[in-house]
Design a protein around this ligand. Sequence first.
Ligand code: NAD
Length: 260
Amino acid sequence: MNNPARGIVAVVTGAASGIGRAAVEIILERGGSVVAFDTSPESLTWLSEYSNAVPFIGDVTIDADNRAAIELAETSFGRLDALILNAGVPASGSIETLDMEVFDQSINVNLRAVALGVREVIPAFRRNGGGSVVVTASATALGGEPNRWPYAAAKAGVVNLARSFALDLANDGIRVNTVCPGPISTGMTKRIEENTPDRYESLKTMVPLHRWGTAREVGEVIAFLASPLASFVTGATVPVDGGATCGSGQTIPVPQRAAV
Ligand SMILES: NC(=O)c1ccc[n+]([C@@H]2O[C@H](COP(=O)([O-])OP(=O)(O)OC[C@H]3O[C@@H](n4cnc5c(N)ncnc54)[C@H](O)[C@@H]3O)[C@@H](O)[C@H]2O)c1
């Protein structure tokens, strides 16, 4: 775990698409090995291009599935260095009418499953002499958003969950950090682009860098935090949002300069 030149062994949840897939590809490109954890075999067929990757089909809300994915990494690759808890689901609706099952599902996948994953990985990381947990939270964790209370609450919760685990697990050499992506073009946000193109465009004006981010841009930060290059980083909450959350909320970003 301490040699930055050695590729890392990681379990990545929500690995089939978007940010999770980008993180898997970056780790594999840099000589690492990955157990790619998602819900359906069809969604992971692209993994067959890589020799150091094994698919794991399961559900992050089930503790036995988290345990089995971690065991698979140890039996396949001899150790586990990083657990990337990236699986997530969107959730929104009116507080007056939304079925509370949507809220429960958001808490279950976006928050509770992260606690399950961390609980299950501790023995493997102790055997390894340490390890790194990276959690994909959201810029929505850092402030409220209209109608997105089920998602915002779960993502805000996961930030403090990770900070607390960072304190609990530091003596075991286990680092725990979160990334907070802003608007990123992925499967999760495709419906915004397709169904509400005006909203898709207007979100760019809320981002000081004036664009949506790519899954790869988030994957790079995840891969860094997962690696020994980030050996003195724990308990951190890292926005990857083009500056969307760096303002006071009392101004709008400086408009994009017209092309000359
Ligand atoms: N795309 C964005 O703009 C954005 C912004 C902020 C945060 N995020 C977060 O980034 C993470 C990745 O999202 P994405 O945008 O790449 O979306 P995505 O839909 O492309 O990927 C999410 C993956 O999680 C998997 N998943 C969902 N529930 C699961 C479960 N119970 N067990 C196992 N796998 C499960 C899905 O099958 C899917 O492959 C999520 O946690 C999301 O909340 C995304």
